[in-house]
Design a protein around this ligand. Structure first.
Ligand code: EPZ
Length: 419
């Protein structure tokens, strides 16, 4: 298992470029199956989850030509209705292939999706199954495989009892080829959803309301395919901004969209972090004392759960007490135990809330990354800590951050990848 070795307290400075959004790429790759024409995807991040998603697309019969941060996919001939379990277990977003396959082949078999351990139990998919049933699919479950069949997919009205990002994207893209009108209510509003809808509409789909809680889709018989430019990764943007603030560094973040992390930047103003922004860059300025500020994670445009762990590391360096309330996932605060081992003063009130007292001096330790967001937070903690930190299971970090060690080393970080 490969590890990172990090020596903390090195001065960081310079520029870091944000890559394409993982959580946009993980939807457009499956969505390419909706059309028989070739799609060109640009600004693709080179990360493990994307490799898995492209492998899945190939396993289903699409032709994939990838060249660094760009790829072409053509789903003219699909040769199976089954998602291979070995691949589907490697990343949760494998479930995004189910809807398009159902729309094209009217039949699909898949195992319960895998990926990181966050989320109650093994990450429920009830909203997906209910939505597909509402569109006319029959569902059978046999030895841990779901088997969906539909004579034809028809438009439906579906109300999400829980706001779900992938649930919204999955039913929205499936409804594009259903017969009739679909109205989805209580939808997620993440920027990646609007980007996907805008692309599909350019190819002949009829989607209205993406980015608002109500999305209406008029089904069409076929859609074309064109060029999809992946938007900058807002979680990378926020993570690097927090890293700059937590390490008291002068760092400019480029190729990003500051408006997608408006909530974080407003909190930065409250806690005393100085920064400037342009239309595609953010310059974080070396700061002295920052104040503690409590957060509660919430669907977009609220505080993103994917920035909760980096922010908690920042709060270990802030003056005062902050409450971190993780409302979206169970188990997404377990990593704080490792921060405590490093010297942070964190009290777990319940599985969804921790109280952080700061500032605390952190010391290097031997850690293991449970998921990609906790993993990058350990890197930030290690960059602050005195001494050496060893982080194991870095596949979890490579799932979501392209060549993160090279990019941090370019800023002056002392980080080594040991295979
Ligand atoms: C997406 O996950 C992102 N993943 C997650 O990013 C992100 O943390 C999450 O949205 C919330 O913003 C991708 O886009 C690939 P949800 P998703 O469905 O869609 C419950 C990362 O680190 N739920 O919005 O899987 C679920 O248990 C990842 O990049 C059901 O109950 O999350 C959770 O409590 C982690 N039934 C809540 O909804 C369902 O059928 C929100 O989950 C589906 C979800």
């Amino acid at each position: 298992m490969s590890t990172f070795l990090i020596y903390g307290q090195n001065e960081l400075k310079g520029e870091i470029e944000v890559k394409g959004a993982k959580n946009a790429a993980l939807k457009i790759i499956p969505a390419s199956i909706l059309s028989e024409e070739p799609i060109v995807i640009k600004n693709l991040p080179e990360i493990e989850d994307i490799n898995r998603s492209l492998e899945m697309a190939e396993a289903l019969g699409t032709i994939v030509n990838k060249d660094k941060n760009q790829c072409q996919i053509q789903a003219k001939n699909l040769n199976t209705i089954e998602l291979p379990i070995g691949l589907a277990n490697k990343f949760r977003a494998s479930i995004m292939f189910v809807g398009p396959l159902l729309a094209r082949l009217k039949e699909v078999k898949f195992p319960h999706p895998g990926g990181c351990v966050i989320g109650a139990g093994s990450r429920p998919i009830d909203l997906f199954l209910e939505g597909f049933q509402a569109m006319g699919a029959e569902i059978k479950i046999k030895n841990n495989y779901y088997h969906l069949k539909a004579k034809e997919l028809k438009g439906c009205n579906y109300f999400f009892t829980t706001v779900s990002v992938t649930g919204t994207e999955s039913l929205m893209m499936t409804a594009v080829l259903a017969k009739g009108t679909t109205i989805l209510k209580n939808c997620a509003m993440e920027p990646e959803i609007k980007a996907l809808a805008d692309y599909l509409n350019e190819q002949g789909a009829k989607i209205k309301g993406a980015g608002t809680p109500v999305i209406t889709i008029e089904g069409v018989d076929k859609i074309r395919a064109g060029v999809f430019n992946i938007i900058p990764d807002r979680i990378e943007t926020g993570t690097f901004a927090i890293m700059a603030a937590a390490t008291r560094s002068n760092i400019t973040i480029t190729h990003c969209q500051p408006k997608h992390i408006e909530i974080l930047l407003n909190i930065f103003k409250k806690v005393g972090i100085k920064f400037e922004t342009g239309n595609d860059w953010i310059k974080i300025k070396k700061n002295k004392n920052i104040k503690a500020y409590s957060i509660k994670t919430h669907e977009y445009p609220g505080f993103p759960t994917d920035l909760q762990s980096p922010y908690t590391v920042l709060m270990t360096q802030a003056h005062g007490t902050s409450l971190i309330h993780e409302t979206i996932y169970d188990r997404r605060l377990l990593y704080t135990d490792m921060l405590t081992q490093m010297g942070a003063d964190i009290i777990m009130c319940d599985p969804h809330r921790v109280v952080v007292n700061g500032p605390s001096k952190l010391y290097g330790r031997k850690l293991t990354s449970p998921d990609l967001r906790a993993g990058i937070s350990m890197i930030i903690a290690a960059l602050i800590a005195e001494g050496e930190t060893e982080i194991n299971n870095i596949y979890q970090i490579d799932r979501g951050y392209e060549k993160i060690d090279d990019r941090l080393r370019a800023l002056g970080a002392k980080i080594k990848r040991c295979e």
